[in-house]
Design a protein around this ligand. Structure first.
Ligand SMILES: Cc1cc2nc3c(=O)[nH]c(=O)nc-3n(C[C@H](O)[C@H](O)[C@H](O)COP(=O)(O)O)c2cc1C
Length: 450
């Protein structure tokens, strides 16, 4: 159901929308002040009722994550809130817009989040190359500090809160929460083994909560509305996937961009109503939520899926009409991820798109785990030989074998992030891959890369 909202995006078109004056005009910082005077358990209950599913990709319930923090905090073990604004997932560009156009919602979310988890400091981890985003965050923090909303006594209340921006050099792996923590500590950006989970030993070895930037930016809205009311915005409220969120669409669509809507928007509405439809040609396939999510072919999404199919147990509707939700998309054999869809037109060559994707994963593997380091490079080498016209059809099975051996054999989910799209492309585009190999890429006229 298409229901546009403007909680985070209201001031996106306003050239002063990022300033404190404009944020306060719209009621900004009232929820931070209110939260600091609330009972902590009541605040967490509101967040749980809001059913905010983490916007970083895994969709973990945000209020539940906050409740994992040890309580009460021990003086020798300070708690930290860490905000993940690395946003390296191909096709995902929503957090950047919040930092550039609505940075005070992040600062306010940080104050509420710090109080909720018993922290006095929040670190926002952002890519160094995002110059405007960094500048806007720094400016917002300085404005809030000057006004007395941050510091020793925010709003005159005895609960010190500081917010820091920490820049990273730009590595996809540093978006994985434990690599991010290592990078924050000045160490090499490599994932840590879990357990211990960040709530036990996170930043600087202290109990920490890592939240995606959009997850934290929507907190003031959820608190202002009340958890229940916020959750009920969603058309799939019964699946505990609440509220409104930013949906992205890019690739071969007429109007790529970020659109804020109530949760429950369908893929059809995202691609055709908001994205303006497929640009050049017809719909070939969609990667629903960032490049790590297995691809869906047009044939399987325009028709009602077969309820008996193990791939598509979701009953009754065309996939295009399935509400975009964490659980609904899991039941389709793919993932919602960051909720930023990449659309491929049938003028595109899926083999070249696959090649492009594997080049990314080969480049971004941190190299710590052998199956991922060797596997991602091996996958790319085979795809490269396919594209060069040097491979044989039998090597497609080798791709599948390598990907399957990466899955589950790495410290972090980067392994799955590489293997799942690989297995998805092999399953959905086997015919095109075989044709490409046999004809050495000369059969098709499709040459538009992703
Ligand atoms: C390879 C990899 C890259 C990731 N990149 C990001 C990222 O850029 N931003 C993000 O918020 N989460 C990213 N995540 C997910 C984080 O590990 C973590 O789940 C998330 O920050 C938690 O926040 P949330 O619960 O609010 O979604 C990544 C995970 C993996 C495995």
């Amino acid at each position: 159901m298409l229901q546009r909202t403007s909680y985070l995006t209201k001031r996106y078109g306003d050239s002063d929308g990022h300033t404190l004056a404009v944020y306060e005009r719209d009621g900004g910082y009232q929820q931070a002040k209110r939260a600091l005077q609330m009972d902590r358990a009541a605040l967490i209950d509101e967040m749980k009722a809001a059913n905010i599913r983490g916007r970083g990709g895994a969709g973990f319930p945000m209020g539940v994550k906050w409740s994992f923090m040890p309580w009460p905090p021990k003086p020798e073990k300070p708690h930290y809130l860490v905000i993940n604004a690395d946003e390296g997932e191909p096709g995902t560009f929503k957090d950047r817009t919040i930092m550039e156009k609505n940075p005070h919602s992040i600062v306010e979310g940080c104050i509420i989040g710090c109080f909720g988890i018993g922290a006095h400091a929040a670190y926002i981890y952002v890519r160094d190359e995002l110059h405007l985003a960094k500048a806007r965050l720094w400016e917002a923090i300085a404005e809030a500090k000057k006004k007395g909303y941050l510091g020793d006594k925010p709003f005159g209340i005895d609960y010190p809160v500081e917010v820091y921006v920490h820049t990273g050099a730009g590595a996809y792996i540093c978006g994985e929460e434990t690599s991010l923590l290592n990078s924050l500590e000045g160490k090499r950006g490599e994932p840590r083994l879990k357990p211990p989970f960040p709530a036990q030993a996170g930043a600087f070895g202290m109990p920490s909560t890592v939240n995606n930037l959009e997850t934290i930016a929507i907190v003031p809205t959820a608190l202002a509305m009340g958890g229940d009311n916020f959750s009920k915005l969603s058309a799939i409220h019964n699946l505990k996937d609440g509220g409104a969120r930013l949906f992205g669409v890019s690739g071969h669509v007429n109007k790529p961009g970020i659109y804020e809507c109530a949760v429950g928007l369908t893929l059809r509405e995202l691609i055709y109503d908001l994205g303006g439809g497929v640009k050049g040609g017809e719909l070939l396939a969609v990667i629903p939520g960032g490049s790590s999510c297995p691809i869906l072919r047009a044939e399987e999404i325009v028709k009602a899926p077969d309820p008996k199919s193990p791939l598509h147990p979701y009953d009754g509707k065309s996939v295009l009409d399935v509400p975009l939700g964490v659980d609904t998309f899991r039941s389709l054999g793919t993932m919602l991820g960051t909720c930023c869809a990449i659309v491929l037109s049938d003028l595109a060559d899926p083999v070249l798109a696959f090649h492009n994707l594997l080049q990314f994963y080969r480049h971004e593997s941190c190299g710590q785990c052998t199956p991922c380091r060797e596997g991602s490079a091996w996958l790319f080498r085979i795809l490269d030989r396919i594209v060069q016209g040097e491979a044989e059809v039998a090597e497609l099975d080798r791709l599948s074998e390598i990907a399957s051996n990466i899955m589950g054999n790495t410290i972090c989910a980067f392994g799955e992030g590489t293997a799942m799209p690989t297995l998805g492309f092999l399953l959905k585009f086997r015919r095109e891959l075989e044709e490409f190999i046999v004809t050495k890429g000369k059969s098709g006229t499709r040459r538009l890369a992703l």
